[in-house]
Design a protein around this ligand. Structure first.
Ligand code: 2RA
Length: 329
């Protein structure tokens, strides 16, 4: 496969290259793409050095698949050009996610919706992916009515400059401020900008993307997204109300048998998911599974995943693997 990585010098781009190598993705030719200022930069992949090229050069090279993580405007401007050249684009930005003509895919849930005609495929937001992967099998079994989610999101979700701000603060260096406030020893109840309804774009992604991926607009979702000084991954406290009652042990068993999910839930051994220990892994970890005793048919759980891996790079590459394995590219 001729593979282009668009945004190859960014945080997610670097993880995509790492995951491509780890999973031994079938690459006959690798095209590394970044902004004009990075053209000519050399990046090593699998022991070989590759020179970064610009976007138009990459379009002209007619990759089979282009893995995008280069921001929404670049996706809006360039994904159609890659698609017109015959390349299938899998995009990590929010640009195409809610477009009714584009598929929004978590492979374990809805890869079967994909066809050869899908030339621009949207990778969901990281905080959405980890939540819906755990909730999808429970929705099928018990029918979700409402989700209340509070997220505790890693600074890696903002990018390398946010990590630099955190590291500077830890050693007392006054450097560039990515966030409006200090992040060390703090929690910032704002991920991305605010919408007119008082929610952030991040919170509304959780609301809208969940309905699309689970193909059920009747599901009510409300979210509070918080930035925390953590690097390993995103954590989420999820309260979910079902139409039907459930047995907590049956819920654990369903999750235990769900592809991509690992249940870490044993209070006797203080076993529960934590971002420090999820870092670098591809699974979604679920624990603190317990009935919400304040209302019927309602469950609490704690969901953790590495936002750069299953939340972005790995999910993207799993979509690409599905396309290849099913002859869709
Ligand atoms: C964040 N999910 O965590 C967003 C984008 N990666 O900031």
């Amino acid at each position: 496969m001729r593979i282009a990585v668009v945004g190859a010098t960014g945080m997610v781009g670097e993880v995509m290259l790492q995951v491509l190598a780890e999973r031994n993705f079938p690459i006959s030719e690798l095209i590394l793409v970044a902004s004009e200022r990075s053209v000519g930069k050399e990046i090593e992949f699998n022991g070989k050095k590759y020179k970064v090229v610009g976007l138009q050069t990459a379009v002209d090279m007619k990759a089979d698949i282009a893995l995008f993580s280069a921001g929404g405007q670049t996706s809006l401007d360039w994904a159609p050009k890659f698609a017109a050249a015959g390349t299938t684009v899998i995009d990590n930005s929010s640009a195409w996610r809610m477009d009714p003509t584009k598929k929004l895919v978590v492979p374990e849930i809805n890869a079967s919706e994909l066809t050869k005609e899908d030339k621009i495929i949207a990778n969901p937001n990281c905080s959405t992916i980890q939540m819906v992967l755990a909730l999808a099998p429970l929705h099928r079994k018990y029918n979700i009515k409402r989700i209340i989610v509070s997220t505790y999101q890693s600074i890696t979700g903002t990018g390398v400059k946010a990590v630099q701000q955190f590291e500077n603060e830890c050693v007392g260096i006054e450097g560039d401020m990515v966030y409006k406030y200090k992040i060390n020893r703090n929690c910032i109840p704002q991920c991305d900008s605010f919408e007119d309804n008082g929610y952030t774009k991040e919170e509304m992604k959780l609301v809208k993307e969940t309905k699309k991926i689970l193909s059920d607009d009747s599901i009510k979702v409300t979210a509070t997204a918080v930035r925390v000084p953590v690097v390993g991954g995103h954590s989420e406290a999820v309260n979910v109300e079902f139409s039907n009652d459930f047995d907590v042990n049956e819920v654990r068993n369903i999750l235990h048998h769900t592809d991509g999910v690992v249940v870490q839930d044993n209070l006797d051994t203080f076993t529960y998911p934590m971002p420090r220990y999820a870092e670098g892994k591809d699974e979604v970890f679920v624990g603190r599974i317990r009935r919400d005793e304040s209302q019927p048919n309602t469950l609490n759980m704690w969901i953790v995943a590495d936002n750069l891996r299953k939340g972005a790079a790995t999910n993207t590459i799993q979509i690409a693997e599905y396309l290849v394995e099913n002859g869709l590219v």
